[in-house]
Ligand binder design. Structure first.
Ligand code: CP
Length: 326
């Protein structure tokens, strides 16, 4: 990883030589394929332990500050569950309007404060680059839980873990990302991560106004991955191994009429899935609105609820790694 290690004064029992110890997690660009293998191995162990004993004391005595400036259900609660299942404690700040942020306190001062009381800070913030800014001012590891339309690296890690668990590989796949590819930070991070794998083709299906940003396509093309843009799913659904659906995010639009024009551009129904392979998966970072109909939920290919559970194991692994306990 690119960042320097934090926590120079190591408490007894922490593994200072662990490669992830004290590191910030800000972008998927920090992760190589070998890193993913290691994270997945630890996430597997976490899953086995949770299934066996529910909770255990690996991070007993450690505290997570969970700082969310934007709404969240999954990321916020799965980080809390992850820390608690590892025996640690959580400072939850999900309503920043009740914190000193409401008095005008800056992000650097807020994270400096939380670093005094905790061992790791998880941050969601509406501005691109906010996690990097926080990390600069924080002497404890900062984990980016979504910075505006920028990145959502832990989501991409849990997404790749889901694909690996469900389909057994990350190479030689046809991955189709559908919906809001312009503002969807989850697809920005996931495409970057999957772009590293051999023979994995990326297809982007979106309305014209919500295309994958050019700079991300160019960056991934530099690594050699095949990418194709479409305005219809019809051409590609039969070949797709992973259909990654995203919500059109009203909160990212300044103009309601622009949102209304594209909000129902794609809806996955049982009829759409009838044209898909028998052995493929449908994913969604959630929350969903209308883009996947409820009738699809019973289809065994619908992996989006299993995906949420995989997320907790990956976040347990990440907390243990940056705190030197895995
Ligand atoms: N997938 C995801 O980030 O969900 P939340 O917004 O509920 O955290």
């Amino acid at each position: 990883m690119a960042t320097a290690s934090k926590n120079p004064h190591l408490p007894f029992g922490d593994q200072q030589t662990a490669p992830w110890y004290g590191k910030d997690i800000l972008s998927v660009k920090q992760f190589s394929r070998m890193d993913l293998d290691h994270i997945f191995e630890v996430a597997h162990e976490m899953r086995a332990m949770v299934e066996r004993v529910g909770a255990f004391d690996l991070l007993k005595g450690k505290i997570l500050a969970n700082l969310f400036y934007e709404p969240s259900t999954r990321t916020s609660s799965s980080f809390m569950a992850a820390m608690q299942r590892l025996g640690g404690a959580v400072i939850p700040i999900s309503e920043v309007r009740y914190s000193s942020v409401a008095k005008g306190e800056s992000l650097p001062d807020t994270v400096r404060t939380l670093a005094c009381y905790s061992d790791v800070v998880v941050l969601r913030h509406p501005e691109v680059g906010s996690a990097a800014l926080a990390a600069k001012h924080c002497d404890k590891p900062v984990i980016n839980a979504g910075d505006g339309v920028g990145e959502h690296p832990t989501q991409a890690l849990l997404d790749t873990f889901t694909i690996h668990e469900e389909l057994g590989r990350l190479d030689s796949l046809v991955v189709t990302m559908l919906g809001d590819l312009k503002y969807g930070r989850t697809v920005h991070s996931l495409a970057r991560l999957l772009g590293q794998f051999d023979n994995t083709d990326l297809h982007y299906v979106s309305p014209e106004s919500l295309r994958m940003p050019r700079e991300i396509i160019d960056e991934i093309a530099h690594g050699g991955a095949a990418q194709t843009e479409h305005t219809s799913l019809d051409d590609i659904i039969a070949d797709t191994d992973v259909l990654y659906v995203t919500r059109v995010q009203r909160e990212r639009f300044e103009d309601d009429s622009a949102y209304d024009r594209v909000k129902d551009a794609f809806v996955i129904t049982p009829d759409v899935l009838a044209a898909a392979k028998e052995h493929m998966i449908v994913m969604h970072p959630l929350p969903r609105l209308t883009e996947i109909s409820l009738e699809c939920d019973q289809d065994p290919r619908a992996a989006y609820f299993r995906q949420m559970e995989y997320g907790m194991y990956v976040r347990m692994a990440l907390l243990a790694l940056v705190l030197g306990k895995a």
